[in-house]
Design a binder for this molecule. Structure first.
Ligand code: ATP
Ligand code: MG
Length: 287
């Protein structure tokens, strides 16, 4: 599996419009589509600024992939491409493909709101709705998306349990989301994301505002989640990347657009990477 996580493909770009990679799209769906999330020749722009170039990467289902690299190399931009958050930014453009189980999430028939239900996101700063109760926070996504789900009590308990928060809040589900600690708020946000039953959870530095104990708690949560869903996590913490991820992808910029240097088994990336820049980065020699 490690060998196929990184695939370099040539991509045609016409005036910044989304185009497909050579060869792709010539036939209908491949007989056995790759299970998981995959980018093929992904590029991103902010206006004329080319922020990310030609990233082809696979995230096998039910695995955790860590995205690592120095500040400004395009990790957040890349992760926002993965659930169509990038297009919220005025002037933003992309090219290439993002496939979930072989289907392009950018194809015209895909509804971006539905894509974001399947591919959820947890941000750096916990963002619970402070005026809502803990219970209402967990159910917020279901209500916003008008999903028809019965057994709200069961959903609240199971999502808070999977997010590792149930025991701490089960007797105060009617307290406000804002009354929780930072680490608890982040786990509440994870529970909220889980309530809509995503297939993939994207996390952009989810622990950077948290203390070490809360960080470990979230890492345990991520490991548990990956038994059922695919997780992609951006982190600057190399120990966290090595603890929590199955695969790592290393990004870099040389002043121009960010690009993928390599991706592989996390153990290999930390002990015997192909590129010397990866070795230097994971050993803390730069960035
Ligand atoms: N909203 C935006 N408008 C214009 N340029 C942007 C925007 N967001 C990011 N960029 C630019 O895109 C490039 C990649 O930024 P990005 O935030 O993806 O990097 P990053 O790897 O997540 O960095 P960090 O580790 O500091 O979070 C940078 O040059 C950045 O200035
Ligand atoms: Mg970032």
């Amino acid at each position: 599996m490690a060998a196929d996580i990184l695939e370099k493909d040539s991509t045609r770009i016409k005036n910044g419009e989304s185009t497909s990679v050579e060869g792709a799209g010539m036939s209908a769906q491949p007989e056995q589509a790759f299970r998981g999330l995959e980018t093929v020749g992904a590029h991103a722009w902010f206006g004329k600024h080319h922020a990310l170039a030609n990233v082809s990467l696979k995230f096998p289902e039910r695995t955790v992939t860590g995205l690592i690299g120095p500040s400004g190399c395009g990790k957040s931009t890349f992760i926002r491409l993965l659930n169509r958050m990038h297009e919220f930014i005025p002037g933003a453009a992309m090219a290439g493909q993002v496939l979930l189980n072989g289907k392009d999430i950018y194809s015209p028939e895909e509804d971006p709101a539905m894509v974001r239900l399947k591919i959820g996101m947890v941000f750096q700063k916990p963002n619970p709705f402070p005026a809502m109760t803990i219970r209402e926070n967990v159910l917020a996504g279901i209500k916003l998306a008008h999903l028809d789900r019965a057994d709200h009590d069961g959903i609240v308990e199971s999502c808070l349990t999977r997010a590792g928060l149930w025991k701490e809040v089960k007797d105060r589900l009617d307290a406000s989301g804002g009354s929780l600690s930072g680490g608890q708020q982040q786990r509440l946000c994870i529970a909220r994301s889980l309530a809509v039953e995503p297939e993939v959870l994207l996390m952009d530095e989810p622990c950077s505002a948290l203390d070490p104990a809360s960080t470990l708690r979230i890492e345990e949560t991520i490991k548990e989640l990956s038994q059922k869903i695919t997780v992609v996590i951006v982190t600057h913490n190399m120990q966290q990347a090595s603890r929590v991820s199955d695969y790592c992808a290393f990004f870099l910029t040389d002043g121009g657009p960010g690009y993928l240097v390599e991706a592989d088994d996390t153990r290999k990336m930390f002990t015997n990477p192909k590129d010397p820049r990866t070795a230097d980065y994971v050993q803390g020699k730069f960035g």
